[in-house]
Design a binder for this molecule. Structure first.
Ligand code: AMP
Length: 215
């Protein structure tokens, strides 16, 4: 099963992708994570992407499509993938429509996670993750049980994304509305679009996604 999670920054795509990975044995393909690794490694792609990401804008279609094209050749993707943060433009969606059959893969569903804009800035600007296990937390909505200690693995080391500040989130939201939201109509036309309420609590969103992808 191959699915796309579509939604604005802070909609909970990463959280749900991690849950679906565990529940269904799928592999999360987050272009944001891949680009952040490229930035951290100082590769050519990382150098080209760094400033664009810090400004909350979109990295070029050419770079992102190249990254996904290469990643889809790894054998683990045969288990099924969850595209998280890709595609983000109509050009990327069209490229994916060509890439999947070339790799003998197909798309089962596109799940749109709908969340009101005014909630997103608050959600994104308070979030941080455990540097060891990647568990996600939030300054106001999901605290660690013991202050400064990860509930999951006991680590005391946490990271915050440099683009998770209120100013950059506004640019990322603008990019979403201008460049990514048109994908809702694109996938509705193909009959693959399912919409879930991204404002419900985490378990309820998972339930709605499971219902949508089983149909
Ligand atoms: P994310 O982790 O999905 O929020 O992505 C973080 C940043 O990486 C975005 O704000 C973009 O600058 C860049 N990015 C991630 N995925 C894409 C994509 N599919 N197309 C263009 N830029 C992307």
């Amino acid at each position: 099963m191959n699915i796309i999670l579509l939604g604005p920054p802070g909609a909970g795509k990463g959280t749900q992708a991690r849950i679906l990975e565990e529940g269904y044995g799928l592999v999360q393909l987050s272009t944001g994570d891949m680009l952040r690794s490229a930035v951290a490694s100082g590769s050519d792609i990382g150098r080209q992407a760094k400033e664009v990401m810090e400004a909350g804008q979109l990295v070029s279609d050419e770079i992102v499509i190249g990254v996904i094209d290469e990643r889809l050749d790894a054998p683990d993707t045969k288990k099924g993938v969850i595209f998280d943060g890709f595609p983000r433009t109509v050009a990327q969606a069209e490229a994916l429509d060509k890439l999947l059959p070339q790799k003998r893969l197909s798309l089962n569903a596109v799940v749109e996670m709908a969340v009101d804009d005014d909630l997103l800035v608050d959600r994104v600007s308070g979030r941080y993750t455990c540097a060891m296990c990647g568990e996600g937390y939030h300054d106001r909505h999901k605290l660690t049980k013991e202050e400064g200690v990860c509930d999951n693995c006991g680590s005391r080391s946490f990271t915050r994304r440099p683009d998770d500040n209120a100013e950059t989130v506004k640019s990322r939201l603008a990019a979403y509305h201008e460049q990514t939201a048109p994908l809702i109509a694109y996938y509705a036309r193909s009959g693959k679009l399912k919409t879930v309420d991204g404002m419900a609590d985490i378990d309820e969103v998972t339930r709605q996604i499971e219902h949508a992808i089983r149909r």
